[in-house]
Design a protein around this ligand. Structure first.
Ligand code: DGT
Ligand code: CA
Ligand code: CA
Ligand code: ZN
Length: 579
């Protein structure tokens, strides 16, 4: 059992305990434990196996968590977690997705009004039964009603990081069955979409029944909605659907290609096949005159190859330009951005504001991830809840960064940055003479997000016109499944970024992934450089870069168009914006 699975189990414990209204310190103990294990360089399983060592010596792990980690390694199970899963009313997950609804309020609704579905809650609000509950009131009732539509939409699709955790659990459960020769996930998840409607799973096996039986015993299963000879659909956790298909090895590539989609991509591939006198389905490629004789199917490379195409990365399969790019005779495939191109991360927080670690700790972690430089961008003073920096504190932080840079012997560089709020009334939260001393300035909207379109757009345009601002962070403010984007004229923002030579951010946090894919296509089409950043508030927060890369690839961004692939010299030259 690897550390990720143990960390996932602890994370889930924390979530469920929190949902049950458990003491926050106990919740935090599991959350911290999960984090500590995720960041640990050693294998927990090996520490357990080593009779001379004690898990309690791992920072962040106390007696209780040590016992549970040991049980997980030795038995693969955590009875407390299974008990919690069975005790938690599924409706709590849904209720807590309503903006502003915490666990406490959700529990009151469930217990006092017997709410078991979002429909029942809507009815209770409309009949004004919610306002009379202790701690609620007419205003809360109205805001619950307004938030319900967001929660209803959110209960249909999961974020990529949530599906990734589900993937780990499914892999762990299924990998124990020897009849499974290979397991891959397809559909929108494999294509790296920011949200996923259902999870498509493909297995190579000669024994479909034992595969389906094994899936039927998955811990997260709530119900089996369909079961045939080689396909099965189940619902897990909060009613999320998982589709399984069992296929023979000789058609695995064709099935993987077909079920990865997208539909638009498949339509384009099939029409190309037709033109070549070929036909393509989930079993393989065949000649039109002998449709039962497959000439390719075992691997995706074979399938694409039979059509005269190079293999196409799943993120690109949206029926846009990928087919023409992959035509073998058509010359070189454009250089789409990838993780190995990334030189820097230009948005992160330290414990000076609401981050958890020091400048040096963040820099070490960035080095460990192969980066050449970073920008420290703590919040500015307006964000008082996050201890945002006033001019005096930010200038002191920048002096400290100068000192740290002066001591570095490996060429790693920390840029003096700031995530400066764009105030509700328009101006930047810090004076120009302060911003002028920064290497890198992000402008952010955190307050007044409900302002009318014209007003909020003007604020961002004003920031782009400020000569010291380099980029706009999370430009639409969306939080997937929780908060819609603010009403902003992104076309005007893109035009202004072009005019002033500024960049726009793709915030890689899987809750945000902001700019969205379509906005990225529009921005890159107008030649606005994109900066992909993690907005890390802790060391493991830096690992979300991969989600940003996936989304950038989906938008077809080239290496050149992503500012985080540039060298330090080139970036600094660009920030000076001299002709
Ligand atoms: P999702 O689940 O809504 O996030 O999106 P997908 O793309 O995973 O869609 P899903 O689960 O309905 O189907 C998975 C893939 O299977 C899809 O991307 C392409 C393929 N597929 C499914 N139904 C059809 C169809 O009617 N025609 C074609 N050409 N392909 C299909
Ligand atoms: Ca799907
Ligand atoms: Ca599906
Ligand atoms: Zn930030």
């Amino acid at each position: 059992m690897d550390n990720t699975l143990i960390a996932d189990a602890f994370e889930e414990m924390a979530e469920l305990l929190e949902l049950q209204g458990e003491n926050p310190f106990r919740v935090r103990a599991y959350r911290n434990g999960a984090k500590a294990i995720r960041e640990l360089d050693e294998s927990i399983a090996e520490i357990v196996a080593d009779g001379l060592r004690d898990l309690k010596d791992v920072p962040g792990i106390g007696q209780t968590l040590a016992d549970k980690a040991k049980a997980l390694v030795e038995t693969g199970k955590l009875p407390q977690l299974e008990k919690l899963r069975s005790e938690t009313p599924p409706i709590l997950h849904r209720l807590t997705r309503i903006p502003g609804m915490g666990v406490k309020k959700a529990l009151v609704l469930h217990r006092e009004l017997g709410i078991n579905s979002l429909d029942e809650l809507r009815k209770a609000c409309e009949e004004h039964r919610v306002r009379d509950l202790k701690g609620f009131g007419a205003k809360t009732e109205a805001s619950i009603l307004a938030g319900l539509s967001i929660a209803e939409a959110a209960s249909q699709r999961l974020r990529i990081d949530q599906v990734e955790r589900l993937e780990h659990r499914l892999r762990e459960h299924l990998s124990k069955l020897p009849a499974i020769k290979r397991l891959e996930f397809a559909g929108s998840y494999r294509r790296g979409k920011d949200t996923i409607g259902d999870l498509d799973m493909l297995v190579i096996s000669d024994d479909p029944n034992s595969v389906m039986d094994r899936l039927a015993s998955f811990g997260g299963l709530v119900s089996i909605t369909a079961r045939g000879d080689t396909k099965m659909s189940i619902r897990v956790d909060d009613q999320f659907q998982v589709d399984l298909r069992v296929v023979p090895a000789e058609s695995f590539g064709a099935a993987l290609q077909y079920f990865t989609g997208s539909k638009e991509h498949n339509v384009a591939v099939r029409s190309l096949a037709r033109k070549q006198g070929l036909t393509l389905n989930e079993y393989g490629v065949a000649k039109l005159e002998t449709p039962d004789v497959y000439i390719a199917g075992a691997s995706e490379e074979d399938v694409y190859g039979a059509l005269g195409l190079n293999w196409i990365a799943p993120e690109l399969r949206e029926g846009r330009k990928e087919i023409s790019w992959a035509t073998q005779a058509g010359g070189a495939f454009p250089q789409i951005v990838e993780q190995s191109h990334i030189t820097c991360d230009l948005h992160m927080h330290t414990h000076a504001s609401d981050g958890l670690f020091s400048i040096e700790e963040m820099a070490m972690a960035a080095r460990a991830r192969g980066l050449k430089f970073i920008a420290i961008t703590d919040h500015s003073q307006r964000v008082s809840m996050a201890r945002g920096l006033n001019p005096q504190r930010v200038l002191m932080q920048w002096e400290e960064i100068d000192r740290i840079n002066a001591q570095a012997t490996d060429g790693f560089r920390i840029l003096k940055g700031i995530e400066c709020d764009i105030l509700e009334s328009g101006p930047m939260d810090l004076p120009d003479e302060v911003l002028a001393q920064a290497d890198w300035v992000l402008g952010s909207v955190h307050y007044g997000q409900k302002q009318p379109r014209e007003q909020i757009t003007q604020r961002v345009l004003g920031a782009l016109a400020n000569p010291h601002v380099d980029a706009i962070a999370h430009p639409t403010g969306r939080l997937l499944g929780q908060r819609p984007p603010y009403d902003i004229d992104l076309g005007a923002v893109i035009d202004s970024a072009v005019q002033h030579g500024k960049a726009l951010e793709l915030n890689a946090n899987p809750m945000r992934l902001d700019l969205s894919e379509l906005h990225l296509i529009a921005a890159a089409g107008a030649s606005v450089p994109i900066t992909i950043n993690t907005d890390a508030h802790s060391i493991d927060g830096m690992d979300v870069m991969r989600y940003g890369i996936i989304q950038a690839r989906r938008a077809g961004l080239l290496r050149e168009q992503v500012l985080n692939t540039w060298s330090l010299e080139r970036l600094l030259k660009w920030t000076q914006r001299s002709p």
